[in-house]
Design a protein. Structure first.
Ligand code: FUC
Length: 793
């Protein structure tokens, strides 16, 4: 297979980054030399993997664009008069910290907090600006603004570097001395802002003991930067602007005059540590934040940008997707117009669809990196101290959905924050669980959860088993037995122990889950299908884990016996899969949660091949539930229909999720689900799970591997008649490339990362073989083996 051709849709390479050296003379002002010691950085417009607009953003939720390096995230507005950079750090939480040693029994969940903003006043009146463009290049994870004003071409790039641990903004122009203005740093908790040595600082403390600090260091080439206190002059280039967001400006600021270019480096952190034995409190962030910023400044702009792009692309470019070509006249439109056209005129825009899939991967890389907390309801991005549902870790679908694409879309490393989070709450959750359930082993969680083990609102008994599925999947895809033995298996086992102690045995021997609730409707009772199916999944994963380890046979046999006795899914009076043990499902119920179909996705108890009758009942339930709903609910339905092998219906759901909407208030019903013009998923309001659930859905439509084999193109819609995907991951440690034409497979390449036996299926054909670690297997349209990928036919 021509891998180069497949990669065509990921066409912008790092080499496109051109370092344009403007004609800047020596710093004649006598001011501090730019310690970066390198010239300005400009990059060219990106290819099709970008979101772009012809106006600055006004609305945070629907228009601003996200960047992030895992723990640190920002939303960029692209202003010409004033630029706003609203930023977050993922551990800044209000509320209690669960400390088992001194558990006070308090359960104040608090909320994920906003950190602050950077406001940069340029004074370039938008009415007089021409050739404006702002874009988010998701192939390089770089945000870029360009425009002309007063005969000068202005250029600004911003990115969040994971290796450097900071956010960097370079502003440059095609004429010297073009920049004058003011920079403010603000704090969402009223901390004092201090300014010294071209650096703004906010240092604060929340009531719960979390200490935090942000620093913004400003470096200039040419001109001068100076600290200002008090109100700015009433007019002129550094006057205090009326900002449209009504953000109160602190007294301290930095003003810059006649600069050729300016580089801003933002760092922020808290003293949160993912360790309850330290009451979740570590060192004050001052040292680490200072070190990150100063080290970034020493690196120089060229190295910073190159390292950032290299690090990001090492994850992003593992996977490419080509779903066809969009007409040039559509491609010429900006992203908002394309979404509008797609929604209102039912436009055929396969490149927009591919972009939306990749945007989910971009978001996961940007908000979920090793050593940090997992993605919350809005990833890492949040502008409010009272966000919807506390911007929490919601255990009854939302946190899990965030991680559905992690393995299949080749971002296993981004799964690790969830796995670490689960590890971090095991012990405190066990104490919580015993308080509620009495003398049980193991643990589970309530529905709403914070970063520090506080669990709140309704108990979600199978919540921990659903988390455990993610620990299992990380092994199922990655095949790392050491990880399974040390990390995943102990969690699987202790969650099984919770159910050993908690399941109720009926006189006829059937095991039922007591006190359940199908999220989030119906009565609280035993034998709820959602609970039963997740426990079944937990037991299955644990059994397979013990088998993979060749260990713990007695326990495994015991769990097999328990699984056999579980109450199984039931078929109701209208042919539906029953949500509850009594046959009370209402065919008119269009509730957003479809929890009783867990066994179809993300579980594997129900498959079209092994349980066709149950699969049919799932189809009946899904049909009755209808398609319209909240964003994440639509995303779940894409995955359900893909598992049912109905590509056209999955595609219909995908289109309905890619509907441009503007509703920002909380709506639970059928209205308002879709995407905003910045492609953030709308629940509404913005909730990132729908973005991630959608990306998982694309993968599920193209390759499935949950039933012991790699099934190619199991739910290919008519709309995607010709295309290609590379780097899609399958269980068993395989990477899969697939090309298809006129709706038929043309070629597949399987790369074996773990040397496991492999079985591939397409239509009625199968290919089965042992594989070698690192080997590549090329299969033709009938799954005939054609040698390794390097061998030509
Ligand atoms: C559950 C859902 C809501 C929303 C919230 C975060 O309560 O029912 O739709 O997703 O989580």
């Amino acid at each position: 297979m021509n891998r180069g051709a497949l990669l065509k849709c990921v066409c912008v390479s790092i080499s496109v980054i051109s370092l344009i050296i403007p004609a800047i003379g020596a710093d004649a002002s006598g001011n501090r030399q730019n310690p970066l010691g390198e010239k300005d950085v400009q990059i060219e417009a990106s290819g099709e993997l970008s979101l772009w607009y012809d106006q600055p953003a006004k609305s945070w939720m629907t228009e601003a664009l996200p960047i992030g390096n895992g723990p640190l995230g920002a939303m960029l507005f692209g202003g010409t008069d004033i630029e706003r950079v609203q930023f977050n750090e993922i551990s800044l939480w209000s509320g209690d910290r669960l400390d088992p040693a001194q558990d006070t029994g308090e359960d104040n969940l608090g909320a994920y907090q906003a950190f602050g903003d950077i406001l940069i006043y340029f004074g370039h009146d938008l009415a007089k600006v021409t050739d404006y463009r702002r874009e988010l290049d998701i192939d390089r994870a770089v945000h870029r603004v360009v425009y002309e004003y007063n005969g000068v071409r202005y250029h600004r790039i911003t990115y969040a570097s994971n290796p450097a641990g900071v956010i960097v903004m370079h502003i440059t122009a095609d004429k010297p001395a073009a920049y004058s203005g003011r920079i403010w740093l603000t704090d969402m908790h009223g901390a004092e802002i201090t300014a010294a040595e071209n650096r703004l600082r906010s240092v604060g403390r929340l009531e719960n003991g979390f200490e935090y600090e942000a620093q913004l260091r400003v470096l200039n080439q040419g001109g001068e930067v100076e600290v200002k206190h008090g109100d700015a002059a009433p007019s002129g280039s550094d006057c205090a602007p009326e900002n449209p967001w009504k953000i109160a400006l602190p007294s301290a600021s930095l003003s810059f005059h006649n600069c050729d270019s300016v580089t801003l480096i933002l760092g922020a952190g808290t003293n949160f540590v993912q360790d309850h034995t330290q009451q979740w409190l570590g060192e004050h962030p001052h040292g680490a934040v200072t070190e990150r910023i100063d080290s970034a400044a020493r690196h120089g702009v060229k190295t910073l940008l190159t390292e950032h792009v290299r690090n990001y692309q090492s994850l992003f470019r593992r996977f490419s997707l080509n779903l066809g070509t969009t007409a040039p006249e559509l491609l010429a439109k900006n992203t908002r117009e394309r979404l509008e056209n797609y929604t209102k005129n039912h436009a055929v825009d396969p490149e927009l669809e591919a972009l939306f899939c990749q945007f989910g991967r971009y978001l996961l890389i940007s908000c979920s990196r090793g050593g940090s907390l997992p993605a919350n309801l809005q990833g890492v991005w949040n502008e409010s101290n009272q966000p919807a549902w506390a911007c929490d870790y919601h255990s009854n679908i939302n946190l899990e959905m965030n991680y559905w694409p992690a393995e299949s879309a080749n971002l296993a490393e981004c799964h690790v924050p969830l796995i670490d989070y689960v590890q971090s709450i095991r012990e405190v959750s066990a104490i919580n669980t015993r308080k509620h359930y009495g003398n049980v082993r193991g643990w589970t969680v309530q529905t709403m959860n914070n970063a520090c083990g506080i669990s709140f609102w309704k108990w979600n008994p199978p919540g921990s088993a659903w988390y455990a599925q993610h620990l299992w999947e990380h092994f199922a895809f990655g095949c790392d037995k050491e990880y399974l033995r040390r990390t995943a298996y102990p969690v699987l086992k202790e969650v099984c122990q919770f159910w050993e102690d908690h399941l109720k045995r009926r006189p006829d021997g059937t095991l039922v889950t007591p006190d359940g609730w199908s999220p989030e409707h119906g009565p609280e009772e035993e034998g709820v299908t959602y609970d039963q199916e997740i426990v079944y999944d937990l037991f299955t994963n644990t059994i397979e884990a013990a088998e993979a380890l060749g260990d713990d046979q007695e326990f495994r046999d015991h769990i097999i016996a328990l699984r056999d006795s579980l109450l199984k899914p039931k078929i109701g009076r209208w042919g539906q899969l029953q949500e509850w043990e009594p046959d009370r499902d209402d065919p008119k119920d269009n509730h957003r949660h479809i929890s009783h179909l867990f066994a179809l996705y993300p579980g594997r108890q129900i498959t079209v091949a092994t349980t066709p009758t149950l699969a049919e009942t799932a189809r009946v339930s899904l049909d009755a539930r209808g398609d319209e709903s909240t964003g994440w609910s639509r995303a779940w339905k894409i995955n359900f229909w893909a598992r049912l092998g109905d590509g056209d219906r999955a595609y219909k759901l995908l289109r309905s999720l890619l509907t441009l909407v503007s509703e920002t208030e909380t709506i639970y019903g059928q209205r308002g689900g879709g995407v905003y013009s910045n492609m953030f998923d709308s629940h509404p309001p913005f909730q990132i799970d729908g973005n991630f659930g959608a990306t998982a859905g694309y993968c599920e439509m193209l390759v499935q591997s949950h039933a012991g084999q790699i099934h190619l193109l199991p739910a290919l819609p008519l709309a995607w008649s010709t295309g290609a995907v590379t780097g899609l991951c399958a269980r068993g440690g395989f990477e899969v490339d697939v090309t298809w034409k006129d709706g038929r497979l043309t070629m597949a390449v399987i790369r074996s990362k773990s040397g496991q036996p492999c079985r591939v299926m397409y239509g009625h054909n199968t290919w089965e073989s042992n594989t070698e670690v690192g080997a590549t297997y090329r299969l033709d349209h009938n799954l005939n083996y054609k040698g390794d990928a390097a061998v030509k036919e």
